[in-house]
Design a protein around this ligand. Structure first.
Ligand SMILES: Nc1ncnc2c1ncn2[C@@H]1O[C@H](COP(=O)(O)OP(=O)(O)O)[C@@H](O)[C@H]1O
Ligand SMILES: Cc1cn([C@H]2C[C@H](O)[C@@H](COP(=O)(O)O)O2)c(=O)[nH]c1=O
Ligand SMILES: [Zn+2]
Length: 195
């Protein structure tokens, strides 16, 4: 006979910007709370779009969160700060370093339900780590699509715009922003300047 084990696991919610990742994360957290589970949420210090200590969606919904430095040290502080919570949520994972992969898996191995959300592609259309590694090692992955701002087809890509024009390939990878500097686009409509 097999022993009963209290397994934890990692769930990843990914996809383009505006695809509903944060709305989906908040939905899962609301349900966990209704089930009487202790929930803790973390957000990186770099993402100040919605104020400091909350997760926020483009539609304006929020959830109280602990702000963590987006450094290896900050990520390593998550298990201690998660205390006894059985559900650990991490939003905007694309701003965290690769140490997040080990920490998420460590928490799951210790029996926690870990829900990680973040966009999986840079504005260049490349993998946005650590999402690639998280998606590969997670038990559950949901990749959401937004609506392409140009043609209305399902959007999987992140269009960065500078003064209304496609951003150049040599720009920094990390630029915090929302509607003022990004659009969701499909593969055909996505553009990166190379001149
Ligand atoms: N191009 C778009 N496609 C779909 N939803 C959009 C788009 N632009 C704005 N939205 C809004 O964004 C909301 C999703 O916000 P959010 O959960 O914060 O997305 P994400 O976390 O994936 O960036 C949608 O419910 C909708 O109200
Ligand atoms: C594509 C891309 C995005 N970012 C930033 C822009 C936003 O602040 C977040 C994504 O937020 P969302 O909740 O998924 O809407 O990431 C970036 O810094 N670099 C990029 O290439
Ligand atoms: Zn399109």
């Amino acid at each position: 006979m097999r022993a009963i084990r209290e397994n934890g696991w990692v769930e990843v919610i990914s996809g383009s910007m505006f695809s509903g990742k944060t709305e989906e994360l908040l939905r899962r957290l609301r349900r966990a709370e209704i089930a009487g589970q202790e929930v803790v949420a973390f957000t990186p210090a770099v993402d100040d779009r919605y104020g400091q200590a909350e997760l926020g969606s483009h539609a304006g919904h929020t959830w109280e969160a602990t702000v963590v430095d987006n450094t290896a040290e900050g990520v390593r502080s998550i298990p201690d700060r998660a205390d006894g919570a059985s559900v650990v949520a991490i939003d905007e994972a694309n701003f965290f370093p690769e140490e997040l992969v080990a920490v998420a898996n460590e928490l799951a191995t210790a029996g926690r339900r870990v829900i990680v959300s973040g966009t999986d592609q840079t504005y260049r259309g490349e993998p946005f780590e650590p999402l690639g590694q998280l998606m590969a090692t997670a038990e559950y992955v949901d990749k959401l699509r937004a609506i392409c701002a140009v043609c209305g087809e399902p959007a999987t890509r992140n269009q960065r715009l500078v003064d209304g024009e496609p951003a150049h390939v040599d720009e920094p990878t990390i630029v915090v922003g929302a509607e003022e500097s990004y659009e969701a686009r499909c593969r055909s409509c996505h553009e990166v300047r190379t001149d």
